[in-house]
Design a protein around this ligand. Structure first.
Ligand code: DAH
Length: 351
C-alpha cells in the first residue's frame, strides 16, 4: 500500500471512531442540537466526508473505487447512527411530554355553574309538550297584528272596552294595527287558512297598556288553544283542560269551571284550581277564596266561525287562553310577577 492510501484509510478509521463517539455522547446527554451539528460537520456540503472524497484524486486510479466505497460506507454508518440517535431522543422527548402533560381523569372535576331553563320556559315547554301528546300542533302569528284579527273578527267591534287606547298599544292613528293583546288572533288566522278538523295551540308574547306591579306587566305570554271539528262539545273542553291541569299540577288537582263572558265564545267560562296552599280553606295566596283563577275558555262563537268561512251548523269547537306567567306563578308559588323578568340569579337559581 502506498503512503497516501494508508493515510486515507487511517483517516477514515479515525473519523468513524470519533463520529460514533460524539454521537454516543450526544445521545447520552440527550443533546439534539449537538446531533444536528455532528450531521452538518460530517455530512454537510463542506463537511469532513466531502473533504476526504476530494483526496481520492491523489490515489492511483485502481485504488480509487475501493477507497471510495470505504468512504461511502463511512457516510452511511454515520447517517445510520445519527438517525438511530435522533429517533431515540425523539421518542424519549415524546414520552416525556406525554408524562408531563398527562391528564388524571380520576380527579374530580371542578364543577362550573350551569344555567338552566327559566321558570317561564319550564312551564311553557311542559304545557306545549302536553298538548303535542294530545295531538295538537303549534301555530304562530304576528305580535304586530291587524286590529281586525285581534278584535273585529273575534266579535269585539269598535267601541268595545278591550279596544280602548288605555288598554291597547296601537301602531297607527287609525288604530288598524296594534301590538296583539291576546293570542286569540291566531285562532282567526288559523281558521282562515285551515279547514276543520283543527287542533292547534299558539304560544306567544302579548302586550297590554298595564302598569308594572306584582301581577301585571305590559308584556306577558299566553298559550292559545283551538279545536274545531264536527260534534265538539263543552265536555271535550273540560276533559282537555282537566288533563292539562293534572299534567301541570299533579293528579289530585281540583278544578272548577265558572261561567264568564268573552265576546268570541258562547258559552264562556273561566277555569279555577283549588288553592294548593290551603286546600280550599282560604289563605293569602288565594285571597281567602279557596280557588285560584287560571284561564279563560269557551265554545267558539258561531259568528266567529262563520266570519272565518266555517259553517257553524256543521262544525263546533272550543277555545281557551292561558297566561303562562300565571301558570308559572301558581306552579312555583311565586307571588310577584316582576321576579320573572328581573333576571336576578338568586331568584332564578331556585328552579
Ligand atoms: N283571550 C283571553 C284573554 O286574553 C283568554 C281567552 C278566553 C282565550 C277565552 C280564549 C277563550 O280562546 O276562548 O284573557
Amino acid at each position: 500500500m502506498d503512503n497516501n492510501l494508508k493515510e486515507i484509510h487511517e483517516r477514515i478509521a479515525e473519523i468513524r471512531a470519533s463520529a460514533l463517539k460524539s454521537i454516543a455522547e450526544a445521545l447520552e446527554a440527550r443533546d439534539l442540537p449537538t446531533l444536528a451539528e455532528i450531521r452538518i460537520r460530517h455530512l454537510g456540503k463542506k463537511g469532513i466526508i466531502t473533504a476526504i472524497l476530494k483526496t481520492l484524486s491523489g490515489l492511483p486510479a485502481e485504488e480509487r473505487p475501493k477507497t471510495g466505497a470505504f468512504i461511502n460506507a463511512l457516510r452511511e454508518a454515520i447517517e445510520h447512527e445519527l438517525e438511530l440517535a435522533n429517533a431515540k431522543l425523539g421518542s424519549a422527548a415524546f414520552e416525556e411530554r406525554l408524562k408531563a402533560e398527562a391528564i388524571d381523569v380520576t380527579i374530580p372535576a371542578k364543577s362550573g355553574r350551569f344555567g338552566h331553563t327559566h321558570p317561564l320556559t319550564i312551564v311553557h315547554d311542559e304545557a306545549v309538550d302536553l298538548f303535542l301528546t294530545l295531538g295538537f300542533t303549534v301555530a304562530e302569528g304576528p305580535e304586530v297584528e291587524l286590529s281586525e284579527y285581534c278584535f273585529d273578527k273575534l266579535n269585539t267591534p269598535k267601541g268595545h272596552p278591550a279596544r280602548d287606547r288605555q288598554d291597547t298599544f296601537y301602531c297607527d292613528e287609525d288604530e288598524t294595527i296594534c301590538l296583539r293583546t291576546q293570542t286569540s288572533s291566531v285562532q282567526i288566522r288559523t281558521m282562515e287558512q285551515l279547514k276543520p278538523p283543527i287542533r292547534i295551540i299558539s304560544p306567544g308574547r302579548v302586550y297590554r297598556k298595564d302598569e308594572v306591579d306584582a301581577t301585571h306587566s305590559p308584556i306577558f305570554h299566553q298559550i292559545e288553544g283551538l279545536v274545531i271539528d264536527k260534534g265538539i262539545t263543552m265536555g271535550n273542553l273540560k276533559w282537555t283542560l282537566n288533563t292539562l291541569m293534572r299534567g301541570l299540577y299533579g293528579p289530585n288537582v281540583q278544578t272548577r269551571f265558572r261561567p264568564h263572558h268573552f265576546p268570541y265564545t258562547e258559552p264562556s267560562c273561566e277555569l279555577d284550581i283549588q288553592c294548593f296552599e290551603c286546600g280550599g280553606a282560604g289563605c293569602r295566596l288565594c285571597k281567602d277564596e279557596g280557588w285560584i283563577e287560571l284561564l279563560g275558555a269557551g265554545m267558539v262563537h258561531p259568528k266567529v266561525l262563520s266570519g272565518c268561512g266555517i259553517d257553524p251548523d256543521v262544525y263546533s269547537g272550543f277555545a281557551f287562553g292561558i297566561g303562562i306567567e300565571r301558570l308559572a306563578m301558581r306552579r312555583f308559588g311565586i307571588t310577584d310577577m316582576r321576579l320573572l323578568y328581573e333576571n336576578d340569579a338568586r331568584f332564578l337559581r331556585q328552579f
